[in-house]
Design a protein around this ligand. Structure first.
Ligand code: 13P
Length: 289
């Protein structure tokens, strides 16, 4: 069932668990995530970066594929199709393509411009029944060409954005996309507490979910994080399983070169990673909450 992320995140916030956003890259990724969500009876958010959307030939292709797959696989759990780190133009393209949820990442803009564009998009999304994520304080590291310094968000700016009526707020608390450096200081729970103080019950989004120790994820969820984004970890799982298959020479045995066989271990590895994360986030069994 393709739905906006608004209600699922409000339920997660109230129930003290988080919904996972798993980024998709192709059909195998999408199928693995949807089947795991159904198996775990968990709500799920499929994240699509602008780069991944372009790779899959465009947002219209992505929306058509996801909608058809939900139907053909009989997926009954709530699924949101969400633009990840959208530009202003990208947001409108996804709205037009039929996405059910949008992220406008205005974190690199002056706060006045971020506020003005977010406000406009809140009105558009509200009118169409879509959820909108906004961002304050850039997430560190690089994702699909979006590079952030990783500063902690200013709680007052978070309040200004939250007051616009967004459905969820991504606020930097020392989190980074991709691999965390060995000297990473960990999440700033002080910043998270200060943000929560300002934004109340607003569902908060934790980007850079790959490699954050489980105890920190759980603490963040207990303090108001209702959505955790995971991308790199699924890529590593896919890569490792595919490498093993080829290194074992399985692609050279019988019809092991068949793409359906070649990609199967990677697809299974994604399923295992997604399941593990859903268990950690506490969303298993919450589909019909
Ligand atoms: P990771 O790649 O670090 O898991 O981050 C994903 C993310 O935040 C997508 O927006």
């Amino acid at each position: 069932m393709l739905v906006s992320a608004k209600e699922m995140l409000q339920k997660a916030r109230a129930g003290h668990y988080a919904v996972g956003q798993f980024n998709i890259n192709n059909l195998e990724w999408t199928k693995s995530i949807l089947l795991t969500a159904q198996e775990c009876q968990s709500p799920v958010i499929l994240g699509v970066s602008e780069g991944a959307g372009k790779y899959m030939t465009g947002f219209k292709t992505v929306a058509a594929m996801v909608k058809a797959m939900i139907e053909e696989l009989n997926i009954t759990v709530p699924v949101a199709l969400h633009l990840d780190h959208g530009t202003y133009e990208g947001c409108y393209k996804c709205i037009k393509a039929g996405f059910s949820s949008i992220m406008f990442d205005g974190s690199s803009l002056p706060i006045e411009e971020n506020l003005a564009k977010t406000k406009e998009l809140v009105a558009v999304c509200e009118h169409l029944g879509l959820s909108l994520e906004a961002e304050v304080g850039s997430i560190g590291g690089e994702e699909d060409g979006v590079i952030g310094a990783g500063e902690c968000a200013d709680p007052n700016e978070c309040k200004q954005v939250a007051d616009l009526g967004v459905s969820m707020l991504a606020a930097g608390i020392g989190n980074i996309h991709g691999k965390y450096p060995d000297n990473w200081a960990g999440l700033s729970f002080e910043t998270l507490a200060a943000i929560k103080e300002q934004v109340g019950d607003m569902p908060l989004v934790l980007h850079g979910g790959t490699g954050i120790p489980a105890d920190q994820v759980k603490k963040a969820v207990s303090m108001g994080v209702a959505k955790v984004n995971v991308n790199t970890e699924c890529q590593w799982a896919f890569q490792e399983a595919t490498r093993k298959y080829i290194e074992a020479g399985k692609d050279l045995q019988g019809k092991g070169f068949d793409p359906r066989k070649l990609l199967a271990p990677g697809a299974e590895a994604i399923k295992a990673t997604v399941k593990e994360k859903m268990e950690l986030f506490g969303s298993v069994g919450k589909a019909n909450d």
